[in-house]
Design a binder for this molecule. Structure first.
Ligand code: SF4
Length: 419
């Protein structure tokens, strides 16, 4: 296994949060009158249908989005996506950004280094100032204590704060107000896109509403798999994201963006750019997704990025973000195999997965991640990309019929491998 184990303190905090989350999730389902399995099946069917028709849905969506005044770009890989963002933000220096898994997917060191790029999600902002990687897609700063955070704030901003979440949130709110008011470009992700040209974004903090409305230019980065047929399906995904992501009934805010801001208040003449963004750009990213479709891994594209699979994963509970690559956990490992390389998937601790199915049982869209993981491992075997330990174990099974090697009566094998 590559990388370090989480500290005992982080493991304990994570378990505490996860157990509270599970109770909240159950309550949210009850309050919404939703049956766990029935709702999962409904979501699974929505995504299955959308992905099976993705080419025609994408075509329809691009046409409708353009009709609505949204500029649409298609990027075949991360490099192309970065180029488009650079071009769209040419001549601008102040950029604000909200949480976006796809942005993390395409980001690399030095990208937008000539700009002032500010994270506006509280957890991501904390990770940014602490120069730490996010440790969970929904709870990016879960590994940091309030004491560690205020220590960094003192160092960086020379401000003394009580180590309390509300004090930290208030300090960051005031600090970011200034950055937001000066921003020229806002970058966000999307939770769903409808084939009739609407972009749906959910949030709790209110920062995404500001990122998408305050600057003149709004850039949305999204994988094309976010496209669904209609708003009804999109809102079911929004509800599921809240229930499975944070155990809420519904997110605090849901934005439905169907074009740049406009007004016809003077003489009924349409003017683009009233109070919101004057320019809305959507970058639809492939970056390995078509390959997933072609190679029979389409289920991975049902993912709504709720992070529920990580919450109960025994491997993630031990090694945290060392399990996965740009995306975390088994989903991240499999995605890396197609967006980057099979070698990267091996390096993301592919063989640490125990195939226990906790991810599958907790996934709102019923992605059978263990099945996909086995399939990925067989691709690796064909390419002879097993880890040294695995190769040794396979050899021993072939030669001795067991993973330990030659077993001598009364002696304990030197190496005990787990299968
Ligand atoms: S694989 Fe399933 S549980 Fe994991 S993030 Fe995606 S939708 Fe959520």
């Amino acid at each position: 296994m590559k990388g370090e184990f989480l500290s005992e303190k982080t493991k304990a905090t994570f378990w505490k949060v996860v157990l509270e989350y599970r109770k909240k999730r159950e309550k949210a389902l009850l309050r919404n009158n939703l049956e766990y399995e029935k709702f999962r099946e409904e979501l699974y069917q929505i995504k299955k249908k959308a992905i099976s028709e993705i080419e025609s849905l994408k075509e329809k969506a691009i046409f409708a989005l353009k009709e609505n005044g949204i500029n649409v770009f298609e990027a075949k890989d991360a490099k192309e996506a970065r180029e488009i963002i650079k071009k769209l933000s040419e001549g601008k220096t102040k950029i604000i950004k909200s949480k976006s898994n796809v942005f993390n997917e395409i980001e690399e060191e030095e990208f937008l280094a000539d700009k002032e790029l500010t994270e506006t999600d509280l957890g991501d902002f904390i990770c940014q100032i602490m120069r730490e990687k996010e440790s969970h897609p929904v709870l990016p700063a879960i590994h940091l204590t309030p004491e560690e955070i205020v220590k960094k704030i003192k160092e960086k901003f020379e401000v003394d704060l009580e180590p309390k979440p509300e004090k930290i949130a208030n300090f960051v709110r005031n600090l970011l107000r200034e950055k937001i008011s000066e921003a020229e470009v806002g970058i966000s992700g999307a939770n769903a896109i409808t084939s009739d040209g609407k972009i749906i974004i959910l949030e709790n903090e209110g920062n995404i509403s500001l990122v998408s409305r305050w600057p003149e230019i709004h850039i949305v980065v999204s994988g094309f798999e976010k496209i669904v047929e209609n708003l009804e399906d999109a809102l079911k995904i929004v509800r599921a994201s809240a229930i499975w992501g944070t155990g809420q009934d519904f997110p605090v805010y849901v934005s439905i963006i169907s074009g740049p801001s406009k007004t016809a208040d003077i003489q009924n003449q349409i003017v683009i750019g009233a109070q919101g963004a004057k320019e809305v750009n959507l970058i639809l990213i492939d970056n390995g997704r078509t390959k997933l479709l072609k190679e029979g891994f389409e289920e991975l594209l049902y993912c709504i990025n709720c992070g529920a699979c990580l919450n109960f994963c025994p491997v993630f509970h031990q090694i945290g973000r060392n399990y996965g690559s740009k995306y975390l956990g088994s989903k991240g490992v499999i995605f890396a195999g197609f967006s980057e390389s099979l070698k990267e998937a091996v390096n993301s601790n592919c063989f640490a997965c125990t195939l226990c199915s906790a991810c599958f049982e907790n996934c709102p869209v019923k992605i059978d991640l263990p099945k996909l993981m086995k399939k990925l491992r067989s691709l690796m075997e064909k390419e002879n990309l097993q880890t040294k330990e695995n190769q040794e174990m396979i050899e021993k099974i072939r030669n001795f019929g067991n993973p330990f090697g030659k077993i001598e009566e009364g002696k304990i094998p030197k190496k005990l491998y787990c299968c």
